[in-house]
Design a binder for this molecule. Structure first.
Ligand SMILES: [Zn+2]
Length: 229
């Protein structure tokens, strides 16, 4: 099988999606050099880590963590682009699994009951064909052996893209963007919200606004990446 693959690769080389060099041997998606450059945060086991500090005073989280450091031009940006814009769902599954393992190893997420992705508006989801955060959340739920809630939190309206907005504009843009169909399903639970990239935290904060009146709900947050600001 690997001989066939090697021959096929000579004709149609797979390229590393970060540096563009041809992949060799067992390399998949990323070449060995780019793999070695992935900026893991390893912050899951540390209270007051940078993910928690970004949310402090806005969302009373039990714990928060991010798997990767994101900045313009780094390997994480290529990973996120593959997952969000190039339909690379296989990569989303792989990184979701790694995120789940990191959270599990930290023991700070041991009593999570429900994992829920930050929802996409149905229109964006339909155009993209999937919600990348849902794939991440499904893998995390598997590793933590808890239930996955995909539809209970929903996006009320389509919010314009956040990419070119500053922090206040993002918060205004997101105000009351989310709602919950059945709040009673989350009562007394410890919910883990999953998102792809934590930038200003405006999206997470907007999700929290939809959840904050649910009795005895505790919230934790995990993201694939945290952007350096
Ligand atoms: Zn590379």
């Amino acid at each position: 099988m690997s001989i066939v693959r090697d021959i096929l690769r000579l004709i149609f080389p797979d390229l590393c999606y970060h540096c563009g060099e041809p992949l060799v041997g067992d390399e998949r998606n990323l070449c060995t050099l780019c793999l070695s450059k992935i900026p893991w945060t390893h912050n899951a086991s540390h209270p007051d880590n940078d993910t928690e500090l970004r949310l402090v005073g806005r969302i009373p989280v039990v714990a928060a963590a991010s798997l990767l450091q994101f900045h313009k031009g780094n390997v994480t940006q290529s990973i996120v682009h593959q997952i969000k814009y190039h339909g690379n769902t296989q990569l989303a599954h792989q990184f979701g699994l790694i995120l789940g393992e990191e959270l599990k190893a930290s023991h700070r997420f041991d009593d999570i009951d429900i994992v829920a992705p930050v929802p996409l508006h149905w229109w964006r989801r339909m155009r993209r064909g999937y919600n990348q955060s849902q794939i991440l959340a499904a893998e995390v739920a598997k590793v933590l052996q808890c239930s996955l809630s995909v539809h209970n939190i929903y996006r009320r309206r389509h919010t314009p893209t956040q990419t070119h907005k500053n922090r206040q504009q993002r918060i205004d843009n997101m105000a009351s963007a989310f709602a919950v169909h059945h709040p009673e399903q989350f009562e007394g639970k410890h919910l883990l919200l999953i998102d792809d990239v934590l930038t200003t935290g405006a999206t997470t904060e907007a999700c929290y606004h939809a959840l904050q009146s649910i009795p005895n709900l505790r919230i934790s947050v995990a993201t694939l990446a945290i952007a350096t600001t």
